[in-house]
Write a protein that binds this ligand. Structure first.
Ligand SMILES: C[S@@+](CC[C@H](N)C(=O)[O-])C[C@H]1O[C@@H](n2cnc3c(N)ncnc32)[C@H](O)[C@@H]1O
Length: 387
């Protein structure tokens, strides 16, 4: 990189071409190899999130938070570039920079930002294996790094240029990162800050602790394998572990920041925390108990129904699903929990009970409700059928 060389390297998506991001001659060589016009943008790639954040000091707090949530991973983030940094990667628009931080074991110690583009001819197919990289590109490059077979799907390109001021973003190209995970990470950004969350949620839901206690009460006794969806800062998990002293819990949440707070307060030997959207495949079961508090209402109706089916399938026979959440109340005067359009999608209780039935649960019933909050428990049929 230091003498203007061009490398073919494995990213976490497809094979890429990289060169020093600040050396014009190297960039021109890279573009020539690809037969890409110089006015077309590429992206700057870091191999460490901290280095990326340090190199872009003009990023404002929300955008910076979005980078912290989405990186590293199979995404290219288009961010405002008021200082015109890494201009050679910007094509004709120096005010916009594409940023990538891939997960590439073996390259994660690399401290040098590179300008990168996919290792193909402009408009040609992406290279999944080193031998798929067009021969003239391989011949023209100075270094070839063989990383074996890659996923073959390019990065998801997300436009974050209006995120700071308007809270909006768009997916320019869907790729390796699915839309649900991106949406959960970006929408949650505005709502869930692990430091203010405990006070914020109790102010918004005065019966928050009662709701948690009722969930735990409905969760049976002596579960050993517990899955929690939307673990957040770990408030529900902590109570579940106390109620089920022999249990190990897997917690899933789209927010790495919330899970970091949970990790700090939960016993590491009993808990495994995973950053993922609940719309993505659930961890492998079987589980004795699946629990979720104040998370499932972030899904629209059809996605809830799909989730209930997947929860049913991941439960052991006789296993319980306990849901504590905000719902659409029968009387609209009971709709007291504050909701954000586009982010909160509560459904009426009868719909949710029906979806549980359609998912295959033997029975489902409401064990507690207050205004627009409810706790529902459903059981998967036992091995010998239903009583
Ligand atoms: C209101 S908090 C609830 C946390 C905890 N269960 C409690 O009761 O305090 C909702 C959590 O769900 C997470 N979340 C929202 N939508 C999600 C999704 N689609 N997939 C995974 N997590 C999601 C948020 O990041 C947040 O941590």
């Amino acid at each position: 990189m230091g003498v203007g060389g061009v490398a073919v390297f494995p990213a976490d998506t497809v094979y890429g071409l990289a060169c020093d991001a600040l050396t014009r001659l190297a960039v021109e060589r890279l573009y020539r190899l690809k037969r890409r016009r110089l006015e077309k943008p590429s992206a700057v790639m870091f191999f460490d999130v901290e280095l990326a954040l340090a190199a872009l000091p003009e990023l404002r707090p929300r955008t910076r938070g979005a980078l912290e949530r989405l990186l590293p991973g199979a995404v290219t983030l288009l961010v405002p570039n008021p200082a015109g940094r890494f201009g050679l990667a910007c094509g004709e628009d120096p005010a916009t920079l594409g940023v990538r931080v891939p997960v590439v074991p073996g390259l994660d110690g690399v401290k040098w930002p590179v300008l990168q583009s996919s290792a193909n001819r402009a408009g040609g197919p992406d290279a999944r294996r080193l031998q798929d990289v067009p021969e003239p590109i391989r011949r023209g490059a100075d270094l070839l790094i063989d990383g074996g077979e890659l996923p073959g799907t390019p990065s998801t390109v997300i436009d974050l240029r209006r995120y700071e001021d308007e809270g909006t973003w768009s997916i320019v190209r869907i790729g390796g990162a699915d839309e649900a995970t991106v949406t959960a990470a970006l929408a949650g950004q505005f709502h869930f800050d692990p430091v203010s969350y405990p006070d914020m949620i109790r102010e918004d839901i005065p019966v928050y602790d009662v709701l948690q206690d009722e969930l735990v009460l409905a969760s049976g006794e002596s579960a050993l394998r517990v899955l929690e969806l939307g673990t957040g800062t770990g408030e529900t998990a902590r109570r579940l572990l106390a109620r089920h002293p022999g249990a190990r819990l897997i917690g899933v949440d789209a927010s790495a920041a919330m899970l970091a707070a949970a990790r700090a307060s939960l016993p590491a030997e009993r808990v495994e925390l995973r950053v993922a959207a609940i719309e993505a495949p659930l961890p492998d079961g079987p589980f004795d108990l699946v629990a979720s508090a104040l998370c499932v209402h972030h899904l629209r109706g059809a996605a809830k129904r799909d989730l209930f089916g997947r929860i049913h399938d991941t439960l052991a026979p006789g296993g319980l699903f306990v849901l504590a959440d905000v719902v659409v109340p029968v009387d609209s005067a009971d709709a007291v929990t504050s909701l954000s359009p586009g982010f909160d999608h509560p459904s009426p209780l009868p719909d949710q009970l029906r979806w549980m039935g359609e998912a295959g649960f033997a029975w489902a019933r409401v064990t507690w409700s207050r205004a627009d909050l409810a706790v529902v428990v459903a059981e998967r049929s036992g091995a010998l059928g239903t009583i």
